[in-house]
Design a protein around this ligand. Structure first.
Ligand code: SF4
Length: 447
């Protein structure tokens, strides 16, 4: 039997599992399909025994991963030596920028967009849904068709050992987002129309995940309450979804991380309280209305505070995520964010430095900003100077510490915690600078 190996770095993403499931269904008599998440010797051996290797990549950083590049090089050399012709493709959300992948990685092609239709096409030798190099030029054969969400994922045996922010798996109940945030890939990759998986299929899948050892389930996908959105938020569909999953795994094992502040109300929060671990996570991003407008977030400080208050009144814990170092973020905008955190008293705060994902509006904005004005490159000259940080890093660290101090029950910042945040901040800064240098190298095809 021939073999296809799908590699999803560090964790089994739902996308990689979905592609695995589609291939298993379609080619079960011709190919043995394996899904792996560690780049170790076992995986390398598996690659060498495969006919096709699919690298399912979900972060721009994977494109810059030198270890992965070395593995690709090694597999290519061995494949040639053994006269085997192992094909290596890249798929996943990074396929939105095939020019960058084909410029950086020596692969046979990039499987474009949502993988359910394009991946089987490519396996069959068809070039529809594939980007590849021909005489040094990038050829992109885009597939316009969007798949229906009816495929069953391939669930690996060790799914119960996986831990993604506390959950064994993030399941997908729908794709697309009505929002249009400049920094986000979701509406660009999946579109702005909401496509939902039928409830019976979601519940069947959850039972299967449980049978295979997954205990804790998180619902992912843009923003949770848009499940089955037609002309308006279909609250009852979302509530039924939570009730159904909660009844299978138990409320202590279900979470719905992402919510847009303008798509929650008392009924939705009540369902979150009853059927899940009782937390909502809002993408607040900034306390400055000027920055929220520039991010096209479609919300403002007042709406954000209202949604937080509503959650608290319904006895639901609230986490908020924030972005610092967005192009044009002035000192005053940052201070407004700090002020927002004081007023909001969030139960948890997550801070990220603005990441220019290629082909997003933010990427364009970063490309138009000279590096000496880019806050993630500009040295910080204020109170954190001795830590040798850039301005974005200093704001990131400061906001993490500030968030801790303004929780309803403030926690002590120990030296250990401080160092943890400092290292996390520096890692983020380094990653974003590497991504920024990458997009500058490909600016001609990204703008
Ligand atoms: S609301 Fe969330 S998922 Fe939708 S575009 Fe904005 S950040 Fe992305």
């Amino acid at each position: 039997m021939r073999r296809i190996t799908i590699y999803s770095p560090n964790c089994y993403t739902y996308g990689a599992m979905t592609v695995g499931g589609v291939l298993k269904e379609k080619f079960k008599d011709r190919y043995d399909i394996k899904l792996v998440r560690h780049l170790d010797n076992n995986t390398l051996n598996l690659f060498l025994k495969s006919d096709i290797v699919i690298l399912s990549l979900y972060s721009t950083l994977h494109i810059l991963d030198n270890k992965l590049k070395e593995v690709i090089e090694f597999v290519r050399k061995q494949s040639k030596k053994r006269d085997k012709n192992i094909k290596i493709y890249v798929g996943g959300p990074v396929s939105a920028y095939p020019e960058v992948i084909l410029g950086e990685m020596k692969v046979d092609g990039v499987i474009l967009g949502e993988g359910e239709i394009s991946t089987p096409n490519v396996i069959e030798g068809d070039r529809e849904g594939l980007a590849y190099l021909e005489n040094g030029e990038v050829v992109i054969n885009e597939l316009k068709e969007k798949p229906e969400l009816i495929s069953k994922p391939l669930i690996p045996k060790d799914i119960g050992n996986q831990n993604i922010r506390g959950a064994n798996v993030y399941i997908e109940t729908h794709r697309g987002c009505l929002g249009n945030c400049t920094f986000c890939q979701v509406p660009r990759f999946f579109g702005r129309r909401i496509r939902s998986k039928p409830l019976e299929l979601v519940l069947e899948e959850v039972k299967e995940f449980k049978r295979k050892g997954a205990k804790r389930i998180a619902v992912s996908g843009g923003t949770g309450s848009l499940y089955n959105f037609k002309k308006d938020v279909n609250k009852s569909a979302f509530i039924e979804l939570l009730e159904g999953i909660g009844n299978i795994v138990g409320s202590k094992n279900l979470s719905v991380p992402d919510m847009r502040v303008d798509y929650v109300d008392e009924d939705i929060l009540d369902a979150i309280k009853r059927y899940t671990i009782g937390w909502v996570f809002y993408g607040i991003e900034s306390g400055s209305d000027r920055i929220l407008k520039s991010m096209r977030k479609g919300t403002n400080r007042e709406k954000n505070l209202y949604a937080i208050q509503l959650a608290k009144e319904n006895d639901v814990k609230v986490g908020g995520s924030f972005i610092v170092g967005y192009p044009g973020e002035r000192e005053i905008d940052y201070l407004l964010t700090k002020d927002f955190i004081v007023e909001a008293e969030l139960d948890d705060v997550f801070v990220s430095i603005a990441e220019p994902i290629p082909k997003t509006e933010l990427c364009n904005l970063v490309l138009k900003t000279p590096l000496e004005e880019n806050l993630t490159f500009k040295p910080h000259m204020g109170g954190y100077r001795r830590f040798n940080l850039t301005e974005s890093e200093a704001r990131c660290l400061d906001l993490m510490l500030h968030g801790e101090q303004w929780k309803p029950k403030p926690s002590v910042i120990t030296k250990k915690k401080f160092l943890l945040y400092l290292n996390e901040t520096k890692r983020q800064g380094e990653d974003i600078r590497n991504i920024t240098r990458l997009i500058f190298r490909y600016r001609n095809c990204l703008m």
